[in-house]
Design a protein around this ligand. Structure first.
Ligand code: G3P
Ligand code: MG
Length: 256
């Protein structure tokens, strides 16, 4: 299984509708990153600040708002930003120069709300991995879970979505709030000691780990215990083949 990491982000601006449209039908599922706006609306964006993937720095209206944290902007303010042009300017994957990126859209590409992406996924029957970014310091965990799970429930998408997070407390809260939602623990740096018991205790169905810490023995242990195993981010086809050979279920990739 291949997951589109932040959408098909080698050909379109990450975490935007064009990137999700490009991924639909080409990947087994699509991963996206969700945070809350200042007024508590779930929006789809990866970084804690707006600098890399929007034009916030160039707008007079927002000068003096450094460091431009997502959580400090209302939905109305976030929707005023251009979340697409940076991709064509910075060409992070060299696909713009190579002519393999999607053409620039006439209309401005905005930061999507989670609700918009859920509507698109429901229409396309597209499986989504909603990654909840760690918002400690900005919002109470209970608020984060309530707003995000509430949005998924209201859209009728609980069977089309699974939740992941590096913040494992969020995952426990998801299970309590909505037991039918599947959850995945994200891990980087090192594996928790006694990883299988740890995952059982957490009650997750899946373990998604950083590529640099994966070993064949780890995959075997976690798979044999019945967990789904995903690895991020893998863009090298020979590495993907090796991981699939070890029994990994899914790799997260920026390109096909
Ligand atoms: O879910 C896998 C991957 O998206 C986690 O890392 O930083 O790209 O959200 P990041
Ligand atoms: Mg992510």
């Amino acid at each position: 299984m291949r997951a589109a990491h932040r959408g098909y982000r080698a050909v379109a601006p990450e975490n935007t509708l064009p990137a999700f449209e490009a991924a639909s039908g080409r990947f087994s599922f699509v991963e996206l990153d969700v945070q809350l706006s200042r007024d508590g609306i779930p929006v789809v964006i990866h970084d804690e600040t707006l600098l890399r993937t929007t034009d916030v720095l160039f707008l007079e209206r927002f000068s003096g708002r450094a460091p431009w944290r997502v959580a400090a902007f209302s939905l109305e303010e976030l929707r005023a930003l251009d979340a697409g042009s940076w991709f064509y300017r910075d060409d992070p994957f060299g696909t713009v120069a190579a002519g393999t990126a999607l053409p620039v859209r006439k209309e401005i590409v905005r930061i999507p709300t989670l609700e918009e992406v859920l509507r698109f996924a429901a229409a396309e029957e597209l499986l989504l991995n909603v990654e909840i970014k760690d918002m400690r310091g900005s919002f109470e965990a209970a608020v984060v879970i309530d707003r995000i799970i509430g949005t998924i429930e209201a859209a009728g998408c609980t069977s089309l979505v699974f939740i992941s997070s590096f913040n494992h407390d969020y995952l426990k809260r998801c299970r309590i709030r909505c037991p039918q939602l599947v959850t995945a623990a994200l891990q980087e740096g090192s594996h928790p000691p006694g990883v299988v018991d740890y995952l059982r205790e957490l009650g997750v169905a899946a373990y998604h780990t950083e590529d640099s810490i994966v070993t064949e023995a780890l995959v075997k242990r976690v798979r044999e215990a019945g967990f789904f195993v995903g690895v991020f981010t893998v863009n090298d086809p020979s590495r993907s083949a090796e991981l699939f050979g070890w029994g990994v279920n899914a790799v997260f990739a920026d390109r096909l």
